[in-house]
Design a binder for this molecule. Structure first.
Ligand code: ARG
Length: 461
């Protein structure tokens, strides 16, 4: 049987393998709500412009509403021979309302139709993701406020560097997520233009009103060039880029959770709700959720890479390659959503082991910089010389296996005779974090400020 939609030019139907490679209905049926909304806006505009009769437009609207409820009730049968969501909807419309269905595709092509549907879909997705990321920021800020003064080791090279607070560390992610949301919001702004009415590639000779359809679909304006509108997918690439960057942030955090929960570190604990056991080793509590967050970042980046490569050699305007823009993006968006939710769950669930954290923070002479700073401030020694003096004191402490604040004053004075008892006031980890009061620093008072500012901004204070 020749194809229903373009049977005029075709004597026979497609080979089975042609149908299989060509069909997108298996995945683009997700776009049904956007497709129907786009068609309703288009039909209303066609009638308002007197391109089709008002009574036909009414039948089209009613028919489309029926299809929407059929799909939502799970009563719609999607057919692969009808290729994609656009033709499945249109063909069902013809079954329901007959001849007027054939007027819907006036001044429109599947090329502008799919570009419109997908932009609407990505826009909805960005809005949902943004709300989820904001919730994760709330979880982080609340936990940070509760632990603004909980001292933990700060690392560089994963070697103990200087003490920080757990709250400060968590707030670092709140900042990253703030920029991630900014990138998504920016992508949303740029994608919110309506391709509808660009038709196949050149525009149309019918007196359509593109502003009207743009407005009724919540777009800011119609796209200004019909070729651009049907042939670019930068809105998908940009959104996936923003998602990839955010996923990388979350993957780094997931990696930290894996490290911190390892018994060798034991800095935090996840409850049974966010760990899993081992089928053989009864003692195990594995941070599977964190590991999967880390792994799914790879999948999201893979989807970004996929679309970049699909698009890179395509001449304008539409080519069927572009049908491959959707599956990877759908998968990436749902993986991303799961990743954010799992992260929010883990953040709410995690409890630091404050005693372990504090002990670990003091290991490896983490307050050596505080000693050097004291020498600079109190004895007016240039920092480079202070660094040298401190190095010698650290050497001495390590020979005797003592933490810095337990090295006797007499021994310190052998290295630098002007050192006084006052030096001990800066050598504990608690004193160290308290002293870091510079803007953006780890002092508990600063962390509380940051956390409160964010909670207020997030509407959660
Ligand atoms: N299913 C197609 C896609 O996702 C719709 C556009 C088809 N356009 C065409 N000229 N064959 O890209």
């Amino acid at each position: 049987m020749s194809n229903k939609m373009w049977g005029g030019r075709f004597a026979t139907g497609p080979d089975a393998i042609m149908e299989e490679i060509n069909a997108s209905i298996g995945f683009d049926q997700r776009l049904y709500a956007q497709d129907i909304a786009g068609s309703k806006a288009h039909a209303a505009m066609l009638a308002a412009q007197k391109i089709i009769a008002a009574k036909d437009a009414q039948k089209i609207q009613k028919g489309l509403d029926t299809i929407l409820s059929e799909i939502e009730a799970g009563k719609f049968s999607f057919k692969r021979e009808l290729e994609d969501i656009h033709m499945n909807v249109e063909s069902r419309l013809a079954e329901i309302i007959g001849a007027p269905a054939g007027r819907l595709h006036t001044a429109r092509s599947r090329n502008d139709q799919v570009a419109t549907d997908f932009r609407l879909y990505v826009r909805d997705t960005v809005d949902a993701l943004d709300a989820q990321i904001a919730d994760l920021q709330v979880a982080l800020s609340e936990k940070a406020l509760a632990h603004a003064a909980t001292v933990m080791p700060g690392f560089t090279h994963l070697q103990t560097a200087q003490p920080v607070t757990f709250g400060h560390h968590l707030m670092a992610y709140v900042e990253m997520l703030g920029r991630d949301r900014g990138r998504l919001a920016d992508a949303r702004k740029r994608l919110n233009e309506s391709p509808l009415g660009s038709a196949a590639l050149a525009g149309t000779s019918f007196p359509i009103d593109r502003d009207a359809t743009a407005k009724s679909l919540g777009f800011d304006r119609p796209t200004a060039n019909s070729l651009d509108a049907v042939s670019d997918r930068d809105f998908v690439m940009e959104t996936l880029s923003a998602a990839s960057i955010c996923a990388i942030h979350l993957s780094r955090f997931a990696e930290e959770i894996v490290i911190w929960t390892s018994p060798a570190f034991s800095l935090i604990r996840l409850s049974d709700a966010f760990t899993s056991g081992s089928s053989i080793m009864p003692q195990k509590r594995n941070p599977d959720a964190a590991e999967l967050v880390r792994a799914k970042a790879g999948r999201i980046i893979g989807a970004l890479t996929g679309i970049l490569v699909v698009m890179k050699g395509l001449p304008l305007a539409y080519a069927k390659d572009m049908q491959e823009d959707k599956e990877g993006a759908f998968d990436a968006f749902s993986s991303f959503s799961l990743v954010i939710a799992a992260m929010a769950g883990m953040v709410r669930d995690m409890e630091p082991d404050a005693a372990r954290m504090k002990a670990a923070a003091g290991q490896g002479y983490a307050t050596a910089t505080d000693l050097a700073d004291w020498l600079v401030r109190t004895l007016n020694i240039p920092f480079r010389d202070a660094h040298h003096v401190t190095g010698r004191i650290v050497g001495l402490a390590s020979e005797r296996n003592l933490p810095l604040h337990r090295v006797p004053l007499a021994d310190m004075q052998q290295v630098e005779k002007r050192i006084t008892q006052d030096v001990y006031s800066v050598l504990t980890v608690t004193a160290s974090v308290r002293s870091r009061t510079s803007y953006g620093g780890t002092a508990p008072a600063r962390v509380r400020q940051q956390a409160r500012r964010w909670l207020k901004k997030l509407g959660a204070a």
